[in-house]
Design a protein around this ligand. Sequence first.
Ligand code: BG6
Length: 484
Amino acid sequence: VSETGSLSIVVLGASGDLAKKKTFPALFNLFHQGFLNPEEVHIFGYARSRISDQELRDKIRGYLVDEKNASEKSEALSKFLQLIKYVSGPYDSEDGFKRLDKAISEHEISKKTSEGSSRRLFYLALPPSVYPPVCKMIKAWCTNKSDLGGWTRIVVEKPFGKDLESAEQLSSQIGSLFDEPQIYRIDHYLGKELVQNMLVLRFANRFFLPLWNRDNIANVQIVFREDFGTEGRGGYFDEYGIIRDIIQNHLLQVLCLVAMEKPVSLKPEHIRDEKVKVLQSVIPIKDEEVVLGQYEGYRDDPTVPNDSNTPTFATTILRIDNERWEGVPFILKAGKAMSSKKADIRIQFKDVPGDIFKCQKQGRNEFVIRLQPSEAMYMKLTVKQPGLEMQTVQSELDLSYKQRYQDVSIPEAYERLILDTIKGDQQHFVRRDELKAAWEIFTPLLHRIGRGEVKSIPYKQGSRGPAEADQLLEKAGYLQTHGY
Ligand code: BG6
């Protein structure tokens, strides 16, 4: 990290689930790898519970000891924990935030390397309902006041609202307090290795340039599955459903990177300009191009109403009305309690015209990017079956990261994204107009689902989801290939 000066990282909601599962582990890993300089950094937890610095440290140690190689890391862990301080207070209290500011200022003064500049990063690991009061308090009491430079940045997580209107309201509230370059909206899918690889793949490879369009591509699928249900999160989930939880953000962001035009440069604004254009070119979703599902047993959760129509599965077809993509269905599919845990992008090419081998039934060319688990890219292609006969067979050109990059450990999405917030690189964060355009696509459908006009079809836990979804894919022109 090139900038110097004291760096204060404040985790608000320090005892919550996100902080425990993602934020603190990511901060520790960054520290362990030397990206957080103990001469400059201090980490502050802020939350309502009245606990001491030591109690928070003990809690965090508890979150981190399950980590792989815990003993090897234990010395680093002790040093890391020493950087953590705790301030307790409500999320709308002047007094609490004044005390937080005092604690940060003391740290800044104590860091000789800072030369007076002050970098303050506020990570809101909190429900969005408290974003407005918390941002107000930070703005009023805790922003960087040093004349010698530095910055104040805010990191927020989804859900950013529930529909276009509520998201815009939230954006205006935060936007009236902080400028866009200060706001980092996390979509952690943008921190995944193979998502970050997408632009390189598309724009640094001659192979793909002439093929990446409606003349050659029959359809694109972006699929997310989890093999567990909403265990313990039923209350949250029922308010949001799978479209808001996964499709409107994670899968749509991936779609943007698959579909966008080449940006003018790699500057974050240039990249985000192109993503916005894709979103603005998506035409309204038709109900007949949507299949919703709800797994059997979902309503057994006491926090879920007995008559809930909330989808835990959805397949939706998006159509991009531009020169490159007109007529190509983009199939976005996500489900909980399915047969496997997987996220991938499948680009299916059109049939070869004039099939002299009569091999097309074996399957089309398909390019698959497996985001997780076991990151990989593979191309399905037709080859001659080795041997005396002239038979064709579908085979694969396979780039599996574990085999190819044995010595590289792939960083966690949150590590990269937190590091980017410190560096001030907004490329992998969602801009306000992007967020708005994403909500514009899904809000009408979400409102129809809310009114019960589109129903969720029951499906068995551990299955592929409702059969209607596979039928929809077939109708959209997806040719099922062997083994998938
Ligand atoms: C979160 C969703 O954003 O992403 C969860 O709220 C989901 O419901 C999670 O489980 C999946 O993330 P990952 O990185 O495990 O694919």
